[in-house]
Design a protein around this ligand. Structure first.
Ligand code: HEC
Length: 209
């Protein structure tokens, strides 16, 4: 099994990440069995892919608490994740919405068939969100982001919060089901600014009727 369809990888990733929105039922699988199955599932994976088969501390804490960490653990996760956020050197959070739309559409990157990288990663945002109205194919795991900026009055504080949410979703919601795009080096700071522009620019199609 050399190539798994992307959807299988995405589902495995989502299962590992867990979700506060979907608190899971108590598992009947003995401890360690799921981890071993995941590790054994990617025999042809390139070296760079392997570390992603092990949970980091945040994932472990979310799994251990079925995505409902007690307050102290939630605060610990948020503090740790927030500390990973790097901010743009020029202090500007808004890039180019057209580039943001392109990366929102692109699911390239992080699959083991994407090593070595042949082009820049995408964010695959439409896999989980409605964004621009022109794109009719989208997933619904995440909330609709249509009119996102308009609904927030394009406020500066919201622009910054959006950058932080995309950079590291777990800083905002401890056991978020959204990938940590900046902290996990899926997207660069410039790309995250472009995604912020897509959501927060008044001239972006997201904020048109
Ligand atoms: C695997 C699914 C998934 C992907 C891919 C994804 N998101 Fe999300 N996103 C979510 C979920 C689920 C939420 C709801 C809250 C949470 O779990 O963090 C969310 C929440 C958000 C929010 C906050 C919405 C609100 O109402 O406060 C923003 C902004 C956002 N996502 C932007 C993006 C952008 C931009 C991308 C692409 C770079 C992206 N998301 C990719 C699942 C995803």
């Amino acid at each position: 099994m050399n190539k798994l369809p992307f959807v299988v990888v995405a589902c495995a990733a989502a299962a590992i990440a867990g979700s506060a929105a979907f608190a899971q039922q108590q598992s009947t699988v003995p401890p360690g069995v799921a981890d071993a199955a995941i590790k054994a599932a990617f025999p042809g994976a390139p070296e760079q892919f392997i570390p992603r088969l092990s949970q980091d501390e945040t994932m472990k804490q979310c799994s251990a608490t079925r995505n409902e960490p007690p307050k102290a653990v939630a605060e610990e996760i948020q503090k740790r994740e927030k500390a990973t956020i790097e901010y743009p050197a020029d202090g500007k959070f808004i890039g180019d919405w057209k580039k943001g739309e392109a990366l929102a559409q692109s699911g390239y990157g992080m699959r083991f068939s994407d090593y070595p990288a042949r082009r820049v990663n995408g964010g695959n945002c439409y896999a989980c969100h409605q964004i621009s109205k022109q794109e009719v194919s989208y997933g619904t795991l995440g909330p609709s982001l249509f009119q996102y900026g308009k609904l927030r009055d394009f406020k500066d504080a919201e622009v910054k919060a959006t950058y932080e949410k995309i950079y590291n979703s777990h800083a905002a919601l401890p056991c978020s089901n959204m990938p940590r795009f900046g902290s996990n080096k899926v997207l660069t700071i410039e790309q995250i600014k472009d995604a912020v522009a897509l959501l927060m620019s008044p001239d972006s199609p997201v904020n048109k009727d």
